[in-house]
Design a protein around this ligand. Structure first.
Ligand SMILES: Cc1cc2nc3c(=O)[nH]c(=O)nc-3n(C[C@H](O)[C@H](O)[C@H](O)COP(=O)(O)OP(=O)(O)OC[C@H]3O[C@@H](n4cnc5c(N)ncnc54)[C@H](O)[C@@H]3O)c2cc1C
Length: 474
């Protein structure tokens, strides 16, 4: 098939967008083997691997940049990752291997997984007093005791319960004071909120199954987006192309934007599940029942980053973060010290789950003031106003509709992978529609590695043979 209509190429930096827009030098429409929708890590990975194998690939991206939910803000010369920050465990991580091959600087910062005591944290108890090391140890031991039971209950559970139900069952097995029970209940709720942007009573029983950190965690002082720009280097990425319709048939696909359409033998669609569910991008025909069912089992979360920068530091040296327990921490309980990345004193906190929903319409200044009020409660009135504030707005972003997907009750990890099964309009016909992206990868979903590995799988499904993921950075 050929491109139905020519379009001006919208170039991104770093070698993206090179080449004419679907025409060869003789002016004839170019053959496109694969149209990739979305230039996030999943789409760029798939496109890069296919292009390396000699496929003609065009990537259609709605935004004016590549990277999707990997997005580094460089306003005023300050580096702020508005999307992903961490590699949650570098052992066997293809993202770590890619980053190392691309020469990206990484800094150890093992606090991304809401661990109680993997690294030093300053803990405050409910009344606002600092907790002693012994009290923190007892608190962390209680968490581990309950979580051992919780793991057993989860592995025995079907899919209909919520994560919160199982936490309650695990707590009921402890012969503890109500205060001890409450502190571990609170921990698990905050863990669900900080990890998946949703209260534990709304998260599926298996929603935290992959919440295991394998090795140290690292972050990128020069910005995570270098990964995206290196993957995009040399690809034909058409920015500013919001796809509205994907028509798929045995003969191939026709993909429409507001003012153009493209045709190809097949497509890999990598938009977030929230975009598919909202109907902003219509699949024609719609997904088969098996994939439609799986899609309905995920929701985009409410999870926003809040970065507070200060003229001077008012918290302790040598800690990775600050955490407060108890009801005052309902919204603001954890602040992470970005001093490991940059010289300027800065704290990262999250409006996660209920806090993100409640503050969605607040101004940045009001959100910052609410969080700083809690810091003043802990550190006193000498805590200065921040010199700058960054608040992300992923819930309002039409091209993500949230930060990442969480599992609803009724789902199991394998439902992610169902979404990625190659789709054939006719039983013995070619696979023309492939879905990829973080929510299509069941092993550690909702992450950059999940996105990358889903793109790798989609490329292999198109090629119908294995390719090494290391080809990405070879
Ligand atoms: C605040 C936040 C914090 C996070 N923290 C971490 C972390 O610390 N570690 C971690 O591993 N992961 C983290 N994540 C998750 C991680 O960023 C994502 O899982 C990953 O980047 C998703 O990549 P993707 O390619 O699947 O999707 P995306 O990056 O969303 O790529 C999809 C692309 O499709 C484009 N698109 C959407 N609609 C259309 C359309 N109609 N037409 C054309 N293009 C379209 C989008 O613009 C986007 O570029 C975080 C995410 C957020 C938002």
């Amino acid at each position: 098939m050929t491109a139905e209509q020519e379009l001006p190429s919208v170039s991104a930096g770093g070698g993206v967008g090179a080449g004419a827009a679907g025409t060869d030098p003789a002016g004839k429409p170019d053959r496109i083997d694969t149209l990739v929708v979305g230039a996030g890590i999943a789409g760029l990975t798939a496109a890069r691997l296919l292009q390396r194998e000699g496929h003609r690939v065009v990537v259609l991206e709605a935004r004016s940049r590549v990277g999707g939910r990997v997005w580094t803000d460089r306003t005023g010369g300050r580096i702020t990752d508005r999307g992903a920050s961490w590699i949650h465990g570098i052992h066997d991580s293809p993202v770590e291997q890619a980053a190392r091959a691309f020469g990206m600087r990484m800094v150890e910062f093992t606090v991304g997984g809401y661990q109680p005591d993997s690294r030093p944290l300053t803990y405050f108890e409910a009344a606002g007093a600092r907790m002693s090391p012994d009290a923190v140890r007892r608190y962390a031991d209680d968490i581990r005791t309950v979580n051992t039971v919780l793991e057993r209950l989860i592995s025995d559970a079907g899919s209909e319960a919520t994560f919160g139900d199982l936490v309650e069952r695990a707590l009921a097995e402890q012969d503890w004071s109500s205060a001890r029970v409450e502190s571990v209940r609170e921990y698990n709720d905050r863990r669900a909120q900080e990890q998946y942007g949703v209260a534990m009573m709304h998260l599926g029983a298996h929603g935290l199954d992959d919440d295991v950190i394998d090795g140290p965690e690292v972050v990128f002082p020069d910005g995570y987006d270098e990964l995206a720009s290196r993957l995009a280097d040399g690809l034909d990425v058409r920015l500013g192309h919001a796809v509205t319709r994907v028509a798929w048939a045995s003969e191939g696909v026709v993909i429409s934007t507001a003012d153009a359409s493209f045709a190809a033998a097949r497509t890999i669609v990598t938009v977030p599940v929230g975009v598919l569910q909202a109907g902003d991008l219509v699949l024609e025909p719609p997904l088969p029942p098996r994939q439609a069912r799986a899609l309905a089992l995920f929701r985009m979360n409410a999870f926003e980053k809040v970065v507070l920068r200060f003229r001077q530091r008012f918290w302790e040296d040598g800690v990775y973060g600050i955490r407060q327990l108890g009801p005052e921490g309902e919204w603001w309980h954890s602040w992470y010290d970005l001093g490991r990345l940059h010289d300027e004193p800065a704290l990262l906190t999250f409006a996660a789950g209920p806090a993100a929903i409640a503050t969605r319409d607040w101004s940045d200044d009001d959100i910052a003031a609410s969080s700083v009020a809690q810091l003043r409660r802990l550190y006193g009135d000498a805590v200065p106003d921040p010199t700058s504030v960054v608040v992300t707005r992923w819930q309002d972003d039409p091209f993500s509709r949230g930060s990442y997907a969480y599992m609803l009750p009724g789902s199991v990890g394998a439902d992610h992978d169902v979404l990625a099964e190659p789709l054939r309009p006719a039983p013995c016909g070619p696979a023309v529609l492939h879905l990829a992206g973080e929510a299509t990868w069941g092993d550690d979903p909702a992450t950059v590695p999940a996105a990358l590995l889903s793109g790798h799988r989609a490329a292999q499904n198109v090629l119908e043979r294995p390719v090494a993921v290391s080809d990405l950075w070879a």
